[in-house]
Ligand binder design. Structure first.
Ligand SMILES: [Mn+2]
Length: 195
C-alpha cells in the first residue's frame, strides 16, 4: 500500500497529513479554514487519494501559514508515499470546467519542482478566505511534492468556481499521474532510471 503519514510542527502551525495513493477518495480534512477544507475535500475526492488532514495555525494573524504549511506537509506526504515511483504513469493532465470557469492542469511527478500559475482570481476574498492563498498552497505542494505543476485558467469570472476548478483539475491530473501503468508496472518511468 502506497501511503504516508507526516507530522509537522512549527511555532506557527501544527499539521498532520495522512494519505493513501491507492484509496477511493475518502477524506476527513479539518484545517480551521472552511473554504480550504472544501478545496482539500475536492482534491481527495477527485484524485481518489484518501486524505486525512488536521491543522491548527496562527489564525489570529491570518490563514497564510496554515494554508502554506498544509501544502508543505501534503507535498511531503505525497513524496514519501510515492517512494521510488516505480510503475507510476508520472504524467497527468485535465481540462476541468465548472460553470463559467475552465482550468487546465498538466503535471509531471518529476522530482523537479516548478509552478506555472496563470490564474486570475478576480476578487481578493472568497468569503473570509484570501484568494492569494490558492497560489501559495500550490507553490508549497509543487516544491515539497517535487511536482512540475502547470495550472492555466482558460475561462472564468467567479473566484469560487475558478479556485474549485483549479483544485479539481490538479486532482484529476494527480490521479492519472500516481496510478500504476499496467504495461510498465515494474519500472521507474524515466530514461535516467530515477525520478
Ligand atoms: Mn464549491
Amino acid at each position: 500500500m502506497r501511503s504516508a503519514k507526516i507530522n509537522r510542527q512549527t511555532a506557527e502551525t501544527e499539521i498532520s497529513v495522512e494519505v493513501n495513493l491507492d484509496g477511493i477518495g475518502q477524506y476527513d480534512n479539518q484545517t480551521g479554514v472552511g473554504f480550504f477544507d472544501h478545496m482539500l475535500d475536492q482534491l481527495a475526492r477527485h484524485s481518489l487519494i484518501d486524505m486525512t488532514i488536521r491543522a491548527k495555525g496562527d489564525y489570529h494573524i491570518d490563514d497564510h501559514h496554515t494554508v502554506e504549511d498544509t501544502g508543505i506537509a501534503l507535498g511531503q506526504a505525497l513524496t514519501q508515499a510515492l517512494g521510488d515511483k516505480k510503475g507510476i504513469r508520472r504524467y497527468g493532465e485535465c481540462h476541468l470546467p465548472m460553470d463559467d470557469a475552465q482550468v487546465r492542469c498538466a503535471l509531471d511527478l518529476s522530482g523537479r519542482p516548478f509552478l506555472i500559475w496563470n490564474v486570475d482570481l478576480p476578487t481578493p476574498k472568497i468569503g473570509t478566505f484570501d484568494t492569494e492563498l490558492v497560489r501559495e498552497f500550490f507553490q508549497a505542494l509543487s516544491t515539497h511534492g517535487g511536482i512540475t505543476l502547470h495550472i492555466d485558467q482558460l475561462h472564468g469570472f467567479n473566484s469560487h468556481h475558478i479556485a474549485e476548478a483549479a483544485f479539481k483539475a490538479v486532482a484529476r491530473a494527480l490521479r492519472l499521474a500516481v496510478e500504476t501503468d499496467p504495461r510498465k508496472a515494474d519500472a521507474i518511468p524515466s530514461t535516467k532510471g530515477a525520478l
